[in-house]
Design a protein. Structure first.
Length: 214
C-alpha cells in the first residue's frame, strides 16, 4: 500500500476537484512514495460512484490511463442528488493503477542469459489511493503482462499514437492499443498463444483495430 486517502464534504463538481486539487495530490504521492530510480506510467483508472441507498446500483466504470469522463460521473451524481434531502450520501471511489516501466538498459539486461534466481516481476500499482504489489503465481511462474506491455510499447517518434501501439507490417501504420486491447493480448498469451513480435497479434484483434480506426 503506497497511500490511501479520503476527502469529505466536497462541494465542487468532480472535474473541478480533479483539476484544482486531486491531480496535484496524485502527483505528490507519486513523487514522494515511488522509487526515484524507477519510472511508472498510468495504466487505467477504476471509478465507483455510489449512494447510501440499497435500492440504487453503483455506477462502476474503467477509463484508460487518467482519461476520466467526469461529465458521466457528474450526471450520475445529479441523478441521485434528490436523495441527499432524505439523508443519503453520495460517494466517488477512484483507483489509479500504475505500472512500472523498463528503461532500454533494463530490457537489454533481460534479454541476456539469466544467472541465479529470477528477479521478481514488475510491480503494478493500484487501489483507491495507490496500492503496490508484486505479482507472482502460486506455481512460482512470473506473470506474462510485463512482457506483453514492453513488446507493445510505442517506440516514440515518428509514432505519436502511444504509449502502446500495434504496428501493421503490411502498411507500417501504427494503431493505438488501449488497456482492454492489452488485456486481450495478455489473455491470449496466458492461454498458450504466441506473442513474440507484432505480427503475432491475433487476427481478430487486428480486425478490431481496423474497425475502430474507421
Amino acid at each position: 500500500m503506497v497511500t490511501k486517502d479520503s476527502e469529505q464534504n466536497v462541494q465542487v463538481p468532480p472535474d473541478v476537484f480533479w483539476r484544482t486539487c486531486l491531480r496535484a495530490k496524485l502527483r505528490d504521492v507519486l513523487d514522494r512514495k515511488l522509487p526515484s530510480t524507477k519510472t511508472f506510467e498510468a495504466v487505467d483508472t477504476n471509478v465507483v460512484v455510489s449512494v447510501t441507498d440499497r435500492s440504487q446500483r453503483d455506477l462502476v466504470k474503467r477509463f484508460d490511463e487518467l482519461d476520466i469522463d467526469w461529465s458521466m460521473l457528474e450526471a450520475q451524481l445529479q441523478t441521485w442528488s434528490h436523495l441527499t434531502s432524505i439523508g443519503k450520501s453520495l460517494r466517488i471511489d477512484l483507483s489509479f493503477n500504475y505500472m512500472q516501466t523498463r528503461l532500454p538498459s533494463e530490457r537489454s539486461a533481460r534479454q541476456r542469459p539469466a544467472r541465479g534466481r529470477p528477479s521478481v516481476s514488475d510491480q503494478m500499482l493500484s487501489d483507491r489511493g495507490l496500492q503496490i504489489s508484486t505479482e507472482r503465481s502460486s506455481t512460482g511462474v512470473s506473470p506474462v503482462w510485463p512482457d506483453v506491455y514492453n513488446l507493445m510499447r510505442c517506440t516514440g517518434p515518428p509514432c505519436r499514437v502511444g504509449p502502446y501501439c500495434w504496428r501493421d507490417a503490411t502498411t507500417n501504420k501504427h494503431y493505438r492499443l488501449k488497456t482492454h486491447h492489452l488485456r486481450t493480448l495478455v489473455e491470449h498469451v496466458e492461454q498458450g498463444g504466441e506473442l513474440r513480435c507484432h505480427d503475432d497479434v491475433p487476427d481478430f484483434l487486428q480486425q478490431q483495430l481496423y474497425v475502430e480506426e474507421q
